[in-house]
Design a binder for this molecule. Structure first.
Ligand SMILES: NC(=O)CC[C@H](N)C(=O)O
Length: 304
């Protein structure tokens, strides 16, 4: 596959324009990001890589971090985890409260905020230092020590995260939260504040495109069965109430974040990250969705 020619074409066809969407502003620190940033990095299964634009600049990965915490929690808790969170698409916004009442505090899936907060709670129970362990895991996956939490983003969300406070308290009242709610939110806001480049994210996500093996060492980090399950959840729930649309247009498992990043994986082929901070009304990168749609059109391949 001539990925270089495909990326050259994407670079030519997609020019960021401020009319495309709005940078997230409910986390004030994120609103400072230049909306016109745009980068892409594709890591192919054969070890070659392709990139353009701001692919080496760090951005706030936000909800993309939910894939990492789910992976760790699944390893440590196994099936127990699924007693507290389901694997059904929600069809509602990432920060929705509405289904929780009807479904007795059990979130629809681990990629909406409620679900990831339950995962954070589970990690707090089994790990002495979840922040340190998360950093260690992500650094190992992408083979780089240069990965850190962005304290100002975490603090900014802590100050303004009223919906997440509502979610954790509501689930606590319904019996699905064990630890202190402030401690859980502290960890959750820190995980979301991880700052990474398109390059680092694509390498880390090779785990899900390479049968659970590390992109460089080929060490088996998680088993292929876990990869199948996590990719299935990305496919059905990775974009909240736009998961069907992403599946229809792009045809790959993926995960977005309100920092404007989207990572998608084509198992046995590649892992790709696009970053463009302008969001559509579902909270997903507007330009990122379009670029990935064209990527799979130009390669002529998707998982379908
Ligand atoms: N979709 C997202 O990236 C949301 C993550 C953000 N930290 C929040 O909880 O609202």
């Amino acid at each position: 596959m001539d990925y270089q020619a495909i990326l050259d074409r994407l670079q030519k066809d997609f020019i960021p324009d401020t009319a495309m969407g709005n940078v997230a502003s409910y986390i004030p620190e994120l609103s400072k990001v230049d909306p016109l940033k745009f980068g892409i990095y594709l890591y192919a299964h054969d070890g070659s890589s392709y990139e353009f634009g701001d692919s080496q600049e760090k951005f706030s990965i936000q909800s993309i971090s939910k894939v990492f915490t789910l992976t760790i929690a699944k390893e440590l808790l196994g099936k127990e985890l699924w007693k507290r969170v389901n694997v059904e698409p929600s069809g509602t916004a990432f920060n929705s409260l509405t289904e929780l009442e009807r479904e007795k505090g059990i979130p629809r899936n681990p990629f909406i905020n409620a679900g990831s907060i339950v995962v954070a709670d589970a990690l707090l129970t089994v790990l002495d230092n979840p922040k340190k362990d998360l950093l260690k895991f992500v650094r190992k996956l992408c083979g780089s020590e240069d990965i850190h939490f962005d304290e100002s983003v975490a603090r900014s969300e802590k100050k303004h995260g009223y919906r997440n406070k509502a979610l954790v308290n509501y689930m606590k009242s319904l019996g699905n939260i064990t630890n202190d709610t402030e401690d859980i939110l502290d960890f959750y806001f820190y995980q979301c504040s991880l700052a990474m480049t398109c390059d680092q994210l694509s390498k880390a996500f090779m785990l899900y495109a390479n049968e659970g093996k590390h992109f460089r060492s080929q060490e088996q980090v998680i088993d292929p069965q876990s990869v199948k399950r996590i990719n299935a959840i990305m496919q059905t729930c990775g974009f909240y109430d736009e998961a069907g649309e992403f599946s229809y247009r792009v045809g790959l498992p993926g995960k977005s974040g309100v920092g404007g990043g989207i990572v998608a994986v084509h198992p046995q082929h590649y892992s790709v990250t696009v970053w463009s901070p302008m969001l559509n009304d579902k909270g997903n990168s507007a330009l990122g969705m379009k670029v990935l749609e064209d990527l799979t059109t130009l390669t002529g391949l998707s998982i379908f």
